[in-house]
Design a binder for this molecule. Sequence first.
Ligand code: AMP
Length: 397
Amino acid sequence: MLNKKSVDDINVKGKKVLVRCDFNVPLQDGKITDENRLVAALPTIKKLIADGGKVILCSHLGKPKGEAKPELSLAPVAKRMSELLGQEVKFAADPEVVGPNAKAAVQAMKDGDVVLLENTRYRAEETKNGEAFSKELASLCDVFVNDAFGTAHRAHCSNVGVTQFVDTAVVGYLMQKEIDFLGNAVDNPKRPFVAILGGAKVSSKISVINNLLDKVDTLIIGGGMSYTFSKAMGGHIGTSLCEDDYLQYALDMMKKAEEKGVKLLLPVDNRIGDDFSNDCNIQVAKRGEIPDGWEGMDIGPETEKIFCEAVKDAKTVVWNGPMGCFEMPNFAHGTEEVAKALADTDATTIIGGGDSAAAVNILGYGDKMTHISTGGGASLEFLEGKELPGVAAANDK
Ligand code: AMP
């Protein structure tokens, strides 16, 4: 079990605290179109302000690739965070991120003040975990707090490199919550433990399938990835998504499930379309009986029943990846039924980030889930059983 020091274990009164946040928000014409990540960062920031720290926030935004691109400036975030916090978040406009402006802004801080640095990816060294930029960031602070789960699977200056040059590196509340929910689910789940995997490709979730088969009681596989299993079993899949390089892997995983006594549930029927579009002709076909020229786009009604029944008595459910092309309303049914089943169960329900989180929120079940991870890639790597560099870099208790 991961046991990292958190903001509750330190005293920041009068100290300069550098907080790595995940302010990588979608922007349109300089306006923030989804502020969930800003809201999620508030508890840690408020705690540090209340404790009398000098709070220096930093984050990346998009991929400026080492250039000071004005459209990827964090200035709009400073403005919105000022409103959300009800106090000024001073923006340290500085193309070097830790240049003269940033240093002056930090120098002038009083206890409880908040400063936001410019986009850390304005510096090319950031994503290379370069020593010089890591040292510059560390030079601004006495204490480092990592609250950016979304980048925890990457070793960059602002979440990993910097920790080598500070005495104290702890996790924030958001990060702690992710570690608690995802870590507990995988390492110490209340049983029955059911995992639901979907999404486009088997290849992007090979390690997740393999790792979860060692942990779960039931593994449900839907979405585009299920057709590779169907073909591996000798079925006809028409023009459905398939990765021929993974047919043997699919068979190996089915064998592993049997050996481990894990119930592996695959779709028994599918909603199929004669074109990859919402308005195509739609039919329901049994597994492995998809005609030529037709494509599996969603799980079918029988499958929905079986999948939903399987989560009814679960105590822990982890879900990553939609059951079909949920972006098209005519093929969102399977994903919606699974979301409903999760909303109705008493189990602890944990949604991996990325598309599954988007699906649950778009379909209106977001507030019914126990935990929706803020990190797509990071939550997947957690489920793969990997050590996340951003988490590992924080001090142990
Ligand atoms: P992933 O990023 O691997 O979780 O995949 C998510 C994507 O998988 C979504 O954009 C879905 O539209 C897509 N997807 C799910 N089921 C299918 C399917 N049967 N055929 C094609 N794409 C699918």
